[in-house]
Ligand binder design. Structure first.
Ligand SMILES: NC(=O)c1ccc[n+]([C@@H]2O[C@H](COP(=O)([O-])OP(=O)(O)OC[C@H]3O[C@@H](n4cnc5c(N)ncnc54)[C@H](OP(=O)(O)O)[C@@H]3O)[C@@H](O)[C@H]2O)c1
Length: 322
């Protein structure tokens, strides 16, 4: 089968289209004919071993998993002997950790759900990592109906889901993005819009119940200034400085106060993905598609695009129509 592989860390130049062995499903696995795979920031972090810490879990001298690609949608080709939840022909989607940049992928059955009927394979592949991150970050941030929630970085893969999910959870949403993306944020349901190139929301005097940092950078003390006395600051992404400050000093910064500051790492959770699927099938949440590349050979270009850091929603690669 065709797959995009890498055997050493580096730029998208290390990615090559190769012919490799088609996997065989183990007892609890499903063999999926991949129809679409999403590109996530995590893919380039693993490709470049950036930050360096990635080498501790992904292989010190080189990648232990040579096929990247976390989010797929496709058709069940075969199932392992202990799988009863899926059968050949089923349209499925899910977050699989790695192996998605290929014509076929063997996936733990518990990492998959039946594809939402009202989404294409490309749209379904855009859901898992970004929507799960948005949901789990808002939940860890203690979101409640009526809360004033600010999303710093509301126009990328995670940000566009965070607006919609925060609305589903009853919040009043302030979306922070750049001028060309404000209308998108409003169309996704944001109540208030801030153009970060025109205004620094941490200096506006307004305070929030929950600040979700998805992109960009502000120092911890600046975020603290924009929190209500019992407010929560939750980091999902952005610069490494923003992420590490929250992880290392968040609890120190809130000593003696009722505020909370910290970070989160999303995980594949079938119940959470089912909740998101329900909102999608009810037409309340939708993936925002920035680019759909026509073939597996376009993966390096798709990664170069996401690395520019200005995607407007999700980037997906179609597979199997080469
Ligand atoms: N914690 C986890 O488990 C987890 C899971 C997934 C992703 N992440 C992290 O979350 C972050 C977002 O991921 P993603 O997939 O949503 O990335 P993405 O789609 O590549 O984000 C691109 C968006 O960021 C916006 N942006 C860039 N700089 C900004 C700034 N200073 N302020 C506000 N918006 C800004 C860009 O708009 P403009 O060009 O208009 O600025 C663009 O719309 C990444 O750091 C990723 O590594 C973490």
């Amino acid at each position: 089968m065709k797959a995009i592989i890498y055997t050493r860390y580096g730029s998208p130049d290390v990615l090559t289209l190769a012919e490799i062995e088609k996997p065989v499903p183990q007892p609890h696995q499903v063999l999926v004919k991949v129809r679409a795979v999403a590109v996530n920031a995590a893919d380039w972090h693993l490709m470049r071993a950036d930050p360096f810490l990635v080498r501790l879990t992904n292989g010190f001298f080189g990648p232990k998993n040579q096929v990247l690609g976390l989010d797929i949608a496709g058709e069940v080709e075969a199932v392992g002997r202990d799988v009863t939840t899926f059968q050949p022909g089923d349209a499925v989607f899910g977050e699989i950790g790695h192996g998605g940049f290929a014509e076929y992928a063997c996936v733990q059955a518990k990492s998959l759900l039946l594809k939402p009927a009202n989404l294409s394979f490309e749209e379904a592949a855009a859901l898992p990592v970004s929507a799960l991150t948005a949901l789990q970050a808002l939940r860890k941030g203690g979101i409640q109906p009526g809360h004033q929630v600010l999303i710093n970085g509301a126009s990328g893969g995670v940000g566009t889901f965070a607006i919609q999910i925060a609305k589903q959870l009853g919040a009043e949403v302030t979306a922070v993005c750049s001028s060309g993306k404000l209308e998108l944020a409003r169309a996704l349901g944001a109540d208030h819009l801030i153009d970060y190139r025109q205004e620094n929301f941490t200096r506006s005097g307004r305070r929030y119940d929950l600040i979700l940092a998805v992109n960009g950078y502000h120092p911890l003390w600046a975020y603290k200034r924009a929190l209500k006395p019992q407010g929560v600051y939750m980091v999902a992404g952005g610069t490494m400085g923003q992420i590490f400050q929250a992880l290392l000093f968040g609890s120190l910064f809130t000593l003696g106060s009722q505020q909370k500051m910290g970070g989160m790492l999303a995980e594949m959770n079938q119940d959470d993905l089912a909740l998101i699927k329900g909102w999608v099938e009810a037409g309340q949440v939708r993936p925002v598609m920035d680019k759909i590349y026509p073939s597996l050979a376009d993966v390096p270009e798709a990664i170069r695009y996401i690395e520019q850091g200005s995607a407007k929603g999700k980037i997906v690669v179609r597979v199997g129509e080469e």
